[in-house]
Design a protein around this ligand. Structure first.
Ligand code: SF4
Length: 578
């Protein structure tokens, strides 16, 4: 049965106190992104540092979770160790359905555990367990132990951190069920600062589906669009790794720290190449009939016993770009090994890839020496990068400690800011042009998914900065509603406004369906207000020189347009937030 309020569980790790509260706001913030922002406003300390024990770590789901396919994301909100401002990170796996079946719309974690702990949440059980023996273990080892401790399939999710999170690196992610992540902006460090190694959510309740034919009809239509048409098939087939060849052909693939945007050698790491030699199987988030998660393998040799083991590692475009083309590693098995090391360490793979690409160029230019890097970083040298990723996660020396705070932090200390490929945070794998660079640099999550800047660069719907700003603001608004529903953004072609309205009505949220336009605008403003109140100023975000030096299929980047667009989008964000 639907609820017209949110059922929110708050756990204080310092005292062990748990509170379950009914909180109003369903008709104003919907869920997901909107709910997370509302809860951060309620529980967060905007002027205090990110690692203050009282700061909340929030997980929120949406009104359609459990009713429709691909409503599979959980929105995680926190104050980011990367910039000490409000942040959102989205992850899938089984997290959303587990929270739904645990019968909560959101989980708010405050306080700090006295010793390394795991939090267990279910509809009939909320408890903390001391897991000090897991502190320092990598994600693979921790995963094995946690799965044994909390057996059971069904709607059970395990969220965990690795050594990078324990060390509170802003590059640390929260891993959900091995193959999905709350990747960016340092959610893993927030868990580390709370002494929280893992969260296990057990979806042990049940709820009835809506009575009558309306829901069944809408569900069947959505399911058919996802499975019987070609709207989603590209995600299942090659998946996002298919973008590697496309971006390379467009001269839009960041290569060797963005010193190039195309290279024939990328043939060794295209989606086609992975599918040919390294793909084992596809996997899916819970309740998703698409299955875009591509899982490859690497062979591990155990010398003592003289035997081999295959290890399964998921890959996608962003990961291949970050530790493949960006590092000049053009062999798919070497890319998988690098992903594997970063995953075990609990690092968001994109950040170390881009950071080490900068370090490689800084070493070649003499800004740093091997005394800092400890290994001979050189584009294409996969074994050095494997060691460097571990150094970065563990903070082996002062250089890696600084670099693990973010590439720009290292550039401030060692020089080389001009070629740091940072757009708010370490860049995503699209060098499509001015609109994308501005969109990621200024975007709320500094994510390629904040708005479709990369697609605007490829098919401009107007030629002025004003046109591009209108597109970015409008596109973000649509995406904000989708992420408040917690839809996987790959489904945005299926979940049009009309379909979303039908879905909401079919389960009983008619008011949400009728007010979608207004609610999305309100959530968009609420998120920006929070970001600004925690210190965001668009004029303080820089776009390093390297981004203006590149050439794409359109020719040289237009610096005048880039600067005009950055200024205009910044003003628009500030005026949107009032
Ligand atoms: S399309 Fe991929 S990311 Fe999206 S819900 Fe399905 S498996 Fe998860």
């Amino acid at each position: 049965m639907i609820r017209d309020h949110f059922k929110v569980l708050t756990v204080d790790l310092s005292t062990g106190q748990r509170t379950i509260a009914d909180i109003d706001g369903r008709d104003t913030v919907a869920g997901g992104s909107g709910l997370a922002a509302m809860l951060f406003e309620k529980y967060g300390f905007l002027g205090k540092p990110w690692n203050e024990p009282g700061q909340p770590l929030i997980f929120a789901i949406g009104p359609l979770t459990g009713y429709f396919p691909l409503m599979s994301k959980t929105v995680c909100a926190f104050k980011s160790p990367y910039h000490d401002q409000y942040a959102e990170s989205h992850g899938g796996g089984r997290s959303a359905l587990s929270l739904r079946f645990a019968d909560f719309d959101a989980l708010v974690i405050i306080g700090k555990a006295a010793s390394p702990s795991a939090l267990i949440v279910g509809s009939r059980q909320i408890e903390m367990k001391d897991v000090h023996y897991l502190w320092g273990t990598d994600l693979q080892v921790a995963g094995k132990v946690l799965r044994r401790m909390f057996p059971g399939g069904g709607h059970r999710t395990i969220l965990r951190i690795g050594p990078a999170g324990e060390r509170q690196s802003p590059m640390a992610c929260i891993t959900a069920d091995t193959y999905r992540h709350f990747g960016r902006l340092g959610g893993g460090a927030v868990m580390g600062s709370k002494n929280l190694k893992a969260i296990m959510i057990h979806g042990d309740a049940s709820f009835p589906l809506p009575a009558g034919n309306d829901y069944v009809k809408v569900f069947d239509k959505v399911h058919a669009d996802m499975t019987d048409t070609d709207m989603m098939s590209k995600y299942h087939n090659l998946g996002t790794p298919g973008n590697v060849a496309v971006m390379n052909d467009l001269k839009a693939l960041p290569i060797r720290n963005l010193q190039a945007t195309a290279d024939p050698a990328t043939a060794g790491i295209t989606g086609e190449r992975f599918a040919e030699v390294a793909l084992l199987r596809n996997a899916a988030c819970a309740g998703c009939p698409v299955g875009c998660i591509h899982i490859g393998f690497v062979r591990e040799r155990f010398q003592k016993e003289n035997r081999y083991l295959y290890r399964q590692i998921s890959y996608d475009h962003e990961l291949i770009f970050a530790v493949g083309s960006m590092l000049g590693v053009m062999d798919c098995f070497e890319v998988l090994k690098l992903i594997d090391v970063a995953e075990k360490m609990g690092l968001d793979v994109m950040s170390p890839g881009v950071a080490l690409a900068w370090a490689t160029e800084a070493l070649a230019k003499g800004f740093i020496t091997e005394k800092e890097t400890l290994v001979p970083l050189a584009f294409g040298n996969s074994s050095s990068y494997q060691a460097a990723i571990e150094h970065l996660a563990l903070g082996t020396n002062e250089f890696y400690q600084i670099l693990s705070q973010g590439t720009m932090k290292a550039a401030e200390q060692y020089r080389g800011g001009d070629f740091a490929c940072v757009l708010g945070q370490e860049m995503a794998g699209y060098a499509t042009g001015e609109t994308f660079f501005v969109s990621q640099a200024l975007g709320l999550r500094h994510s390629h998914l904040d708005a479709g800047g990369y697609s605007y660069d490829q098919k401009p719907k107007g030629k002025t900065a004003e046109d591009a700003v209108k597109f970015l603001v409008r596109d973000e608004k649509g995406r904000v509603f989708l992420t408040s529903m917690v839809s996987c953004l790959f489904a945005r072609g299926v979940y049009t406004d009309e379909t979303l309205g039908n879905c909401l009505k079919s389960v009983g949220y008619a008011k949400l369906a009728d007010d979608m336009e207004k609610i999305s605008g309100d959530i968009q403003r609420l998120r920006w207000k929070l970001r600004i109140r925690t210190g965001y100023r668009p004029e303080n975000v820089s776009i390093p020189k390297r981004f203006a030096e590149i050439t794409t299929w359109k020719g040289q980047i237009d610096k005048t347009f880039l600067n005009e667009l950055k200024e205009a989008y910044g003003k628009s964000i500030m005026s949107m937030a009032g």
